[in-house]
Design a protein around this ligand. Structure first.
Ligand code: UDP
Length: 328
């Protein structure tokens, strides 16, 4: 297949690009490199440095693409509450430009990178796809709004689309892993302590209504996540919008994650309890039964030990290339 990948220089997009190329697809990545990195894009993919929304029309007019996987987005929850205008423009605005370009140039196969943040505070766990959607931050709201736009393009213009709602993506695949200029995620931050780039990890609250008092999340391995995109792309049907959760069905507390990182790094990883982080739900765990049943998705690396081992194998070889190295 000839596939356009927007945001294919980011952590998730570049992993998916690598897996697409390995599977023999002809891949073009468009990315403006505001958060992504050019080196993360595998050699076998073509690369266009541009804003995905602005470039979409020209790319789709001339590219003859069979499908699009849309990752390009801003994705920091806290930041989205501080500069919501930027999130609505960069997430919803870009997606609308892309949808229009796809419609105009008769490309009707889309996979959209969505998030558990569309659900907000869960009313029951594990979260199924029919759970209420009440996002608690602008990031989740922009992704939910895009889902509504996609659904109406499917009804009105026979687009075939799948929205994949990720829970906590982590781990690494070969030379691709988490190495962001601004890091806010638990596992890479804990591993930065093991690297010696941070003194300690702050635990955001130990008074949550959970067995050990720390928040529980559902961690999914980046390689398993990438597989789901290929399955979705291969099975979209014109006129239909599908939504699938991507998680493991198992929850791990912040303390359990830190313990797993201690085990696999051999580092004591000092931790300190800090106040709760605004907007954090106590427990987020996905049911991914729907995608397993309907698409045959079969996660093979999604267990905490494999995730942490792979993340550490990647992080520990970064050396000076780690963005955190500069923060010593
Ligand atoms: N967390 C933490 N300390 C940190 C970063 C995160 O205690 O330095 C907690 C956070 O409150 C949440 C969990 O770890 O309960 C996972 O957070 P992350 O930012 O990785 O993902 P999120 O669940 O927000 O998408």
């Amino acid at each position: 297949m000839k596939v356009l990948v927007t945001g294919g220089a980011g952590y998730v997009g570049s992993t998916c690009t690598a897996v697409l190329v390995e599977a023999g697809h002809d891949v073009t990545v468009v990315d403006n490199l505001t958060t992504g990195s050019r080196e993360a894009v595998v050699d076998g993919a073509k690369f266009v440095e541009a804003d995905a929304g602005e470039a979409a029309d020209e790319l789709l007019a001339n590219g003859n693409f069979d499908g699009v996987i849309h990752f390009a987005a801003r994705s920091l929850v806290g930041e989205s509450e501080q500069v919501p205008d930027e999130y609505w423009r960069d997430n919803l605005g870009t997606s609308l430009q892309l949808l229009e370009a796809m419609r105009r140039h008769n490309c009707n196969n889309l996979v959209f990178s969505s998030t558990a943040a569309t659900y907000g505070e869960p009313t029951k766990v594990p979260i199924t796809e029919d759970a209420p959607t009440n996002p608690t931050n602008a990031y989740g709201a922009t992704k939910l709004a895009i889902d509504y736009a996609i659904a109406s393009y499917c009804r009105g213009y026979k687009l075939g689309a799948t929205s994949l709602r990720y829970f906590n993506v982590a781990g690494a695949y070969g030379t691709i892993g988490e190495n962001r200029r601004i890091e806010t995620h638990l596992i890479p931050l804990v591993l930065q302590v093991a690297l010696g780039h941070r003194d300690k990890i702050m635990i955001f609250g130990d008074d949550w209504p959970t067995p050990d008092g720390t928040c529980i999340r559902d961690y999914i391995h980046i390689r398993d996540l990438a597989d789901a995109h290929l399955l979705a792309l291969a099975s979209n049907t014109p006129g239909k919008h599908r939504i699938f959760n991507l998680g493991s069905g198992d929850g791990y507390s912040v303390n359990e994650v830190i313990a797993a990182c201690r085990k696999h790094t051999g580092h004591p990883i000092p931790a300190e309890v800090a106040p709760r982080r605004a907007g954090d739900p106590a427990v987020l765990v996905a049911s991914s039964e729907k995608i397993q049943e309907e698409l045959g998705w079969n996660p093979t690396r999604t267990d905490l030990d494999t995730i942490v081992q792979d993340a550490w194998a990647f992080t520990s070889q970064l050396g000076d290339r780690a963005y955190s190295a500069g923060k010593r």
